[in-house]
Design a protein. Structure first.
Length: 106
């Protein structure tokens, strides 16, 4: 991987109605949260495997019941493996760094 990977910023853009946007702003203000913090929190939770967010995303998707069940099983198996190995988040990140170093083409 490039030494700059992870240092560059990407803009994520999508459209929504002005009414939904206004509803979002009002609701976020009641929680004292900005749009940026809201979306960054959701992205971080999803990427880091927060089971609450994964479950919500899974339910919003267009997967068949059988495929959803398979995803549920895979997620649980992954959590079980991490638990059984007793790896911390830092140790898991170190493993990914080692893999990226040995296989920069991935």
């Amino acid at each position: 991987m490039s030494e700059d990977f992870g240092k560059n910023h990407k803009r994520i853009v999508f459209t929504e109605s002005d009414h939904k946007h206004a509803q979002l702003i009002v609701k976020l203000k009641s929680y004292g949260m900005t749009q940026a913090k809201f979306f960054r929190s959701l992205i971080a939770g999803y990427v880091n495997g927060d089971p609450r967010i994964e479950e919500f995303i899974l339910e919003q998707g267009n997967l068949s019941i059988a495929r959803k069940d398979k995803v549920h099983r895979n997620l649980q198996e992954g959590r079980d493996i991490v638990t059984n190995l007793g790896l911390s988040e830092d140790q898991i990140e170190d493993l990914f760094d080692v893999i990226a170093g040995e296989h920069p083409d991935l």
